[in-house]
Design a protein around this ligand. Structure first.
Ligand SMILES: Nc1ncnc2c1ncn2[C@@H]1O[C@H](COP(=O)(O)OP(=O)(O)OP(=O)(O)O)[C@@H](O)[C@H]1O
Ligand SMILES: [Mg+2]
Length: 910
């Protein structure tokens, strides 16, 4: 290898970092023939002591899901059993080792991350992926995920790529240019067997831009006189094209049967010599491989001298020649062991529409989909569409392809296929499915205002076709409308609820989700009395043992919303816990992204800030890893109650900005409520009033507005606006009337106490405290003590006031509600009692980064490194690395000591 001194130095450094236990990723990028593979070869040779894992992308129109990943992972498969179960299952499914539901693609990424990280525990590893521009989509997505999430692992990842697709976008790159002139001259000299005149040599070097492949290939077979004319690269064709021309020229000199054999090999992407031979026999080609000197070599695999040889040969053949080659390859391919490749060759051999082949492709699509290869499935569908004449079937296939593309996260392809479907003849069902898929795409990209209308229209169309499908779609529409909240377009909760209320019902016994839909629609219709029993029933079912996994995954979070609307906090806990457990177990990360936010709110409301904080970290990790657009509901509730304005206000502002931009009205409502809570805590009641008023206006039938009304009463009462306080109380009472639930009754009593005077007030405070004391809602209970204490002080009942305020202060301090604790402390001081701020035991912990803190907490709770890694999308090795730093900072030496270093109630601040 000539030159490349600085590039080699970069790789040397990379390797030494890896040896030192730090992960490094590098994409070596540059045009064809510039020397990427040569440089990767250098790295591999220099990687003594490193375990090498390899994969190569293969140029082909064929998508074979996870093909390259499988190649990479074969040496690691015996470690699969050590993976956490959802990861093991995901990998087994995509590699076709065990049947199972199509896994989440991020779970596959996590599994590969764990495998490689685990390997690197014992020996540093170098992952070398060449020709990355040709990786199948599923592999590229997985490796991109792994490359981004390696951290403290002794793993290097090297990609060679002509260009970088979306999957590897943003990874560190090393851009490779042609060789500098003197090295280029030397290389040219080695390629040309005779001495070149200096001006001619320099011209050739200039024309090739120092591209080594061009320097080696273009002069081949040319005489000195011919070379004197130069390559003429400045005109028309680019460099790769010229190199291909040169290969074609070389091939053209070969006898016809040899050329034909070369074409068959070029049409066969895997390089299976037996298959190529068999296909050649089909075509009656008697030439042996050995005769094809130079352009192709034969070992275990058929290998072209350079990838451009393959593309040159394939590209220069006529359409008929190519079809003949593919047909022969299809016939040579075993239909039982390799049906997908066979189908693909058949498709490439088809002249026009061909239903038999389309059916084969359809089967391949199903197989790919079953293994989670959605991009591959979409490609098969797309091909099938092209071969389908029957308009109805064409449409069906386009829809199936659109669905698969959506699941692969390929929105552009999905929309193109939907357009194809729409261009054909669509019956009502088809039109509804187009709407549904379009809504899904809109919802996945941003949970904004477009989806509800599309879903509503689909649901209405389904009504006359499939009652159950219609109702399921209504529930999805409701869900989308709830995300959109006040920012919904023409179709919001009201429109969806109205339509759902009159939708036909199934003859069979209603499922929990049917009850859920009825309850939710009724509550928006203003029929709270009829709605609440249904909401409670649905929520209880979703938190109970008989609910199906599918229902929990799809609508679990709506069940929690139903429970909150019915003030049933126990069901909030049960439904939210269940959804997170099921989503974690199933590896359903898009669901988990919402689920951890819901559960995070619930545990924050219960005053378990440590757990809420853990869930917040998990929410961040899932969101970041999967790129979902779920806004930080859980973090908002936690921040509101914790009351650190410097952290919380930016979160509120950021959420409102993003929510407004994306049309996610409910998130903005949460944020405004959060701001009101903090301002109330800080005693800035005038301002709190504005925020609470605004948060209380959105979707008044549901729970966030109830919470906002409760804040509004406090803000109004404390800022001397009794009339506004009374009005807000009346509105709150509309939603607590007829409830037996302690949560609703407790908040109502607390609000009533703020509005009333004298004995009425005192009685109400007593009720509020008694009611809330029987719930898990400790923050709300503490606030009742605070308000009561403040009231007592104003009544000049100092002793009684102190008792309440001390209780409040102790609770706030224990829970970690800092702003409220300050307010309680100030009130206590006003009664003449001096309170020392509780010694903050967290001073040592203050040095822990947020991520370290979460890791410490999860480990304290008994999770293993792989389990923590699975939760936070880190490799186990990275967890271990953080843990060592944590031990160091806390001056402890074992996992068990974390229990004392991080007392349950005080841990996890952020
Ligand atoms: N620095 C070098 N010194 C000598 N020969 C080189 C050098 N770099 C590349 N070559 C040779 O040039 C040819 C093309 O290089 P290589 O195959 O690495 O290109 P590439 O960038 O991987 O191209 P492609 O994108 O087509 O895969 C090879 O025959 C290689 O051995
Ligand atoms: Mg290469």
């Amino acid at each position: 290898m000539l030159g490349r001194r600085s590039e080699r130095a970069v790789l040397d450094r990379l390797l030494s970092d890896v040896r030192a236990g730090v992960s490094r990723v590098l994409v070596v990028r540059g045009e064809a023939g510039v020397g990427k593979s040569a440089l990767l070869g250098y790295a591999t040779e220099s990687a003594a002591g490193l375990r090498i894992l390899r994969a190569v992308g293969v140029q082909s129109e064929m998508e074979l899901a996870f093909a390259a990943l499988h190649q990479l992972c074969v040496p690691l498969l015996d470690r699969m059993d050590q993976l956490p179960e959802p990861q093991r299952r995901a990998l087994a499914t995509v590699f076709g080792l065990a049947p199972g539901p199509a896994p989440d693609r991020f779970m596959v990424g996590l599994a590969v991350l764990s495998l490689i990280s685990d390997l690197a525990e014992n020996e540093p590893a170098l992952v070398v992926v060449d020709d990355a521009q040709w990786l199948d989509t599923a592999t590229a997505q997985t490796l991109g995920f792994v490359a981004r999430r390696l951290d403290a692992d002794a793993v290097g990842v090297l990609f060679g790529a002509r260009e970088v697709g979306i999957e590897l976008h943003g990874l560190p790159e090393l851009e490779l240019d042609g060789l500098p002139d003197d090295e280029a001259r030397a290389l040219l000299g080695s390629a040309v067997g005779f001495l070149l005149d200096e001006p001619i040599r320099d011209r050739l070097v200039a024309e090739t831009g120092g591209n080594p492949l061009a320097l080696l290939e273009l002069p081949r077979g040319l005489t000195a006189t011919q070379l004197a004319g130069g390559f003429g690269l400045h005109g028309g064709q680019g460099l790769p094209g010229r190199i291909e021309q040169s290969f074609i020229r070389q091939a053209d000199a070969l006898p016809a049967p040899t050329r034909q054999l070369l074409l068959v090999a070029a049409a066969e992407p895997v390089g299976d010599p037996v298959l190529v031979r068999r296909a050649a026999d089909q075509l009656g080609i008697e030439t042996a491989f050995a005769e094809i000197d130079g352009l192709l070599s034969l070992g275990e695999r058929v290998t072209f001298r350079h990838p451009l040889v393959r593309s040159a040969l394939y590209g220069s053949a006529s359409a008929a020649e190519r079809r003949a080659a593919h047909l022969a390859l299809a016939e040579a391919t075993d239909s039982s062991s390799d049906p997908d490749r066979r189908a693909w060759h058949l498709a490439a051999a088809a002249i026009g529409p061909d239903e038999d082949v389309a059916i084969e492709l359809e089967r391949s699509a199903d197989r790919a989909q079953a293994r989670g290869g959605f991009a591959a499935a979409a490609a098969f569908w797309q091909r099938a569409v092209a071969l389908t004449r029957n308009p109805a079937r064409r449409t069906d296939r386009a829809l199936a392809g659109a669905q698969a593309s959506l699941q692969a996260g390929a929105f552009r392809t999905a929309l193109a296929l939907l357009a194809t479907a729409e261009a054909g003849t669509l019956d009502a069902l088809g039109r509804a499915r187009v709407d549904q898929l379009r809504a899904e795409a809109a919802f996945a990209q941003q949970r904004g205002r477009d989806a509800p209308g599309l879903l509503l229209r689909a649901a209405q169309t389904f009504e006359s076709l499939d009652v159950r499908l219609a109702r399921d779609t209504y529930l999805d529409a409701w869900s989308a409308a709830l995300f959109a909240g006040r920012l919904a377009g023409a179709v919001g909760l009201r429109e969806v609820s109205r339509a759902a209320a009159t939708a036909p019902r199934p003859d069979t016994a209603p499922r929990a989700s049917d009850v859920l839909l009825d309850g939710l629609s009724l509550v928006i219709a203003g029929e709270r009395d009829r709605a609440v029993p249904l909401l409670t029933r649905a929520a209880t079912a979703f938190g109970g043992p008989d609910i199906t996994v599918e229902e929990v995954l799809r609508w679990g979070w709506l069940a929690t919303a139903a429970a909150a609307t019915a003030w049933d906090f126990e069901s909030c806990v049960a439904t939210a816990t269940r959804q997170v457990e099921i989503a974690r177990g199933a590896g359903a990360l898009a669901v988990l992204a919402v689920g951890v936010n819901v559960l995070g709110q619930v545990v924050a409301l219960a005053g378990d800030f440590a757990e809420a904080s853990s869930l917040r970290a998990e929410a961040d990790a899932v969101r970041e890893a999967t790129g979902t657009h779920v806004l930080p509901y859980g973090a908002l509730v936690l921040s509101a109650l914790r009351g650190r304005a410097d952290h919380a206000f930016p979160l509120v502002e950021d959420t409102i900005a993003r929510a407004t931009a994306e049309g996610q009205g409910t998130a903005a409502q949460y944020a405004r409520w959060a701001k009101a809570v903090i301002l109330n805590a800080l005693g800035r009641h005038d301002e709190a009033l504005l925020w609470a008023t605004s948060a209380g206006e959105d979707t008044p039938e549901l729970f966030v507005s109830s919470w906002a009304l409760s804040e509004l009463v406090e803000a109004a009462a404390r800022s001397g606006r009794p009339r506004e306080a009374a009005a807000a109380l009346a509105r709150l009472q509309e939603k607590t009337a007829n409830t037996d639930e302690l949560w609703g009754r407790g908040l109502e009593a607390r609000a009533r106490a703020l509005v009333h005077e004298g004995d009425d007030a005192e009685r109400a405070y007593g009720q509020a405290i008694e009611l809330l004391a029987s719930t898990r809602l400790r923050p709300d209970l503490a606030r009742a003590h605070l308000l009561y204490g403040e009231w007592l002080r104003r009544q000049s009942r100092r002793g009684d006031a102190r008792t309440q305020l001390r209780t409040a202060y102790d609770m706030f301090a224990t829970i970690g509600m800092e702003a409220f604790a300050d307010r309680a402390r100030r009130e206590l001081q006003a009664t003449g009692e001096t309170v020392r701020r509780r010694a903050d035991a967290s001073s040592a912990r203050e040095e822990l980064t947020p991520q370290e803190r979460q890791i410490a907490l999860l480990v304290r709770d008994g999770l293993s490194n792989p389990e923590v890694g699975a939760r936070l999308f880190l490799s186990p090795r990275t967890v271990e690395w953080h843990l060592r730093k944590i031990f160091d900072k806390l001056s402890i030496s074992s996992r068990r000591q974390l229990r004392d270093a991080l007392p349950a109630a005080e841990a996890a601040t952020r």
